[in-house]
Design a protein around this ligand. Structure first.
Ligand code: HEC
Length: 397
């Protein structure tokens, strides 16, 4: 058995990292305001400021003045020419440029509204405090960028005329079935096919439509389809497959024998399949595998661990216990919160004794309810003979 606690801790920190990365990317979280006596926090105060005001011109897609403000290694290189000099706002070109008058041609941001005096002061203070720039947030950004590049740079040999004609027919055949077939990105001939929306219509026979896509098919989504173990035999002819989704299909151990030869495979989703420990053995040679989803399959934790020992670079997600425990924990917390909420607040807005507004700090617990009063006098009256106010309680909500 895999120990569960580290799995949960890893899950929780992955969720946090994801959330931070999502915030960094989507620009949803506004910069956080904190009291002046606390040290400036890069992730919550500075990164959002750069993101909102600077990355349009100093991000991954544009590099005005050779400067990127999304990754530390571009902004603080240590080559003596850095626009940010930790500890020395007065020597930092960045501070100089954001402090220029709005009509100065060199003022930053180079477009749009000037930074406020508070924002300038915050950046000054951050640099004065040492320009801390933790690596964790950068790592998430770099990983995402690497993935994007990888997706855009799938290099495949060009097709000759007859191959191109066959490929075109195959794409049309997939479309005729009602499936999706398209290039993965503008600058590659790599193809993505998705038959998952067809459900039971996408059976072994339907896979014949892929004939002609052997050289270019890199992503194939067969989730919820009716493909069988025998049908997967066809996949052996698609050597460039990188992603294969078989979630919620009838695929079992025998089907994975046909996956074993897909040497480029990076992502394999077997969620909700009949695959068990015997099937995993077929995956041990997939050296490029990065992600394997096994939640609600028949695979045991021991077999997952054995595979992980052979493929240390792969993230194997067994999900089951972690999922169940997270669910149970979330439910328990929701119940606890509801109970606390109920216990803390009087259920009524009107004092059952006087009919005036309730003062939430004056209450008595009666028949499982927290009853609020307008004053301690009313509370005393009520406490002396609660039953006498029962009828009024019904109306006091
Ligand atoms: C509309 C585009 C744009 C925006 C937005 C922008 N900049 Fe610039 N930035 C430029 C251009 C263009 C240059 C290069 C100017 C040059 O080389 O003369 C530059 C240069 C710089 C430099 C000098 C780089 C060097 O080492 O020479 C710094 C520092 C800088 N910007 C900081 C910022 C900061 C901080 C923000 C956000 C508050 C920002 N910029 C927003 C366009 C922009």
């Amino acid at each position: 058995m895999l120990a569960l606690r580290p799995v949960l801790v890893a899950l929780a920190s992955a969720v946090l990292a994801l959330a931070a990365a999502a915030r960094a990317q989507d620009g949803v979280a506004p910069p956080v305001e904190k009291p002046d006596f606390e040290k400036v926090d890069f992730e919550t105060q500075i990164r959002p400021l750069f993101r909102d005001h600077c990355l349009k011109c100093h991000g991954p897609d544009k590099l005005k003045g050779d400067l990127r403000l999304d990754l530390r290694r571009f902004a603080i290189r240590g080559d003596g020419e850095d626009p940010i000099v930790p500890g020395k706002p007065d020597e930092s070109l960045l501070i100089e440029l954001i402090s220029l008058p709005a009509d100065d041609p060199d003022v930053m941001p180079g477009e749009g509204e000037k930074l406020s005096a508070e924002q300038v002061a915050l950046l000054e203070r951050w640099i004065a405090e040492g320009a801390d720039w933790p690596a964790a947030g950068d790592a998430a950004i770099e990983e995402r960028e690497a993935r994007r590049k990888q997706r855009e740079n799938i290099e495949l040999p060009a097709l000759d005329e007859s191959e191109a004609a066959r490929e075109k027919r195959a794409i049309e055949a997939v479309h005729a079935l009602g499936g999706l077939a398209q290039r993965v990105a503008a600058n590659t001939i790599a193809v993505d096919v998705n038959l998952s929306l067809l459900g039971g219509k996408a059976d072994d026979a339907a896979l014949a439509a892929l004939d002609g896509l052997q050289p270019t098919l890199v992503w194939l989504n067969l989730a919820r389809s009716a493909v069988t173990d025998a049908g997967l035999a066809r996949l052996k002819d698609f050597p460039n497959l990188r992603r294969l989704n078989l979630a919620n299909t009838a695929i079992g151990d025998a089907g994975l024998a046909h996956v074993a030869s897909l040497a480029q495979l990076e992502y394999l989703n077997l969620y909700g399949t009949k695959v068990g420990d015997a099937g995993l053995v077929h995956l041990a040679g997939l050296a490029r595998l990065e992600k394997l989803y096994l939640w609600q399959s028949a695979v045991t934790a021991d077999a997952a661990k054995a595979l992980h020992d052979k493929l240390p670079g792969a993230r194997i997600d067994l999900g089951r216990e972690a999922e169940a425990m997270l669910e149970a924990a979330a439910k328990a917390k929701a119940e606890e919160d509801a109970r606390r909420q109920q216990a803390a607040e009087p259920f009524n807005a009107m004092c059952p004794v006087s009919g005036k507004d309730v003062d939430k700090t004056v209450f008595s617990d009666f028949e499982g309810k927290r009853v609020g009063f307008c004053c301690t006098k009313c509370k005393a009256k009520f406490d002396a003979d609660p039953a006498a106010f029962k009828e009024k309680l019904g109306a006091a909500k």
